[in-house]
Write a protein that binds this ligand. Sequence first.
Ligand SMILES: Cc1cc2nc3c(=O)[nH]c(=O)nc-3n(C[C@H](O)[C@H](O)[C@H](O)COP(=O)(O)O)c2cc1C
Length: 363
Amino acid sequence: MTTVFDPVRLGGLELPNRLVMAPMTRNRADDDGVPTPIMATYYAQRASAGLIVAEASTPNAVGQTYPNITALHNDAHVAGWRRVTEAVGAAGGRMFVQLQHGGRIGHPDNSGGLHPLAPSPVPLPDTIFTPRGHQPAVVPAEMSADDIRTTVADFAAAARRAVDAGFAGVEVHGGNGYLLHQFLASGTNHRTDGYGGSPAGRIRFVVEVVRAVAEAVGPERVGLRIAPGVTANGMHEDDAETVYPALVGALSGSGLAYLHVVFADPDQPLFQHIRKLWEGTLIANPMLPWPGPLPADGGLREGERLLAAGADLVSLGRAFLANPDLVERLRLGAPLNPLRDKGLMYVGGEEGYTDYPALTETS
Ligand SMILES: Cc1cc2nc3c(=O)[nH]c(=O)nc-3n(C[C@H](O)[C@H](O)[C@H](O)COP(=O)(O)O)c2cc1C
């Protein structure tokens, strides 16, 4: 039986194990979205993951979600990320980065005055954190055909920059309520042109982004993350059972590095259907209690259930956040560090970031 400790090939990489550090936004970039030196330390500490998927990084200015999120649309972003990839490489690790456009999850105060764009003018039913505190979400502007073309090109350019910065590849974020998910979901996509309406219309933007990114850097350097049916960030999907098979069917066989499914439940028919349809490597992020507390094994048992159900790799978020040497701890059956104050997740500084000890530091 395959275990998370078995090696596996992913795209052009040989991974020493099947444990993936899930992308996690930690708001440690500077005010211009440039990764800071503590980020190199944090990721290098976690280099024993089979693969690290670095946190959401914005492909253009208007797609910026919150303050201090990393970006990948200018040379300073590339230089900042290069410090991170070099540190991870020196520590023996392998790294992709996630590309995320916020769509309606954004605010002019977070994007240099630019007004958020989305498939339809449907606002986030929530507040948005800005440098001036929480503010009501604005009604996003409906993307024109030209906005769509530009955004697709921005994703491709960001992917090229990611490779220049030393990443082995990029993960396109199609989940969790951000722009691509907003196109997929019936609740946020009310368009009447070729990018809305039927499932075939609603998947079109995502397919175009993924194809453009794959053309820019090679399909073996590209993953796609999806979150079928996830209701975070005010999302609503009437027909996930139709939309996701259509999306996965359209992209299966295009040689992508992987498909990454968030909150995957091995007993769910849609997960099983997606597994059957997707010809390539599948990373599954288990369904664990959210916001917590985490199980004592950080999600290992759920991960093993997913491997048994056909996933090839397992991604864990919070367990990697709190345990720089998670792979070793799980291999040894050693206790895990508990997650500390949730308030430390999305703020600057080393506390709750680089100061979680490894086993060698606790014994
Ligand atoms: C602090 C934090 C930040 C996150 N940021 C992102 C992100 O940038 N992109 C993303 O796709 N998911 C993000 N997530 C979701 C994780 O990738 C993962 O799906 C989630 O934590 C569930 O996995 P877990 O139960 O192992 O933590 C974040 C989660 C946490 C806890």
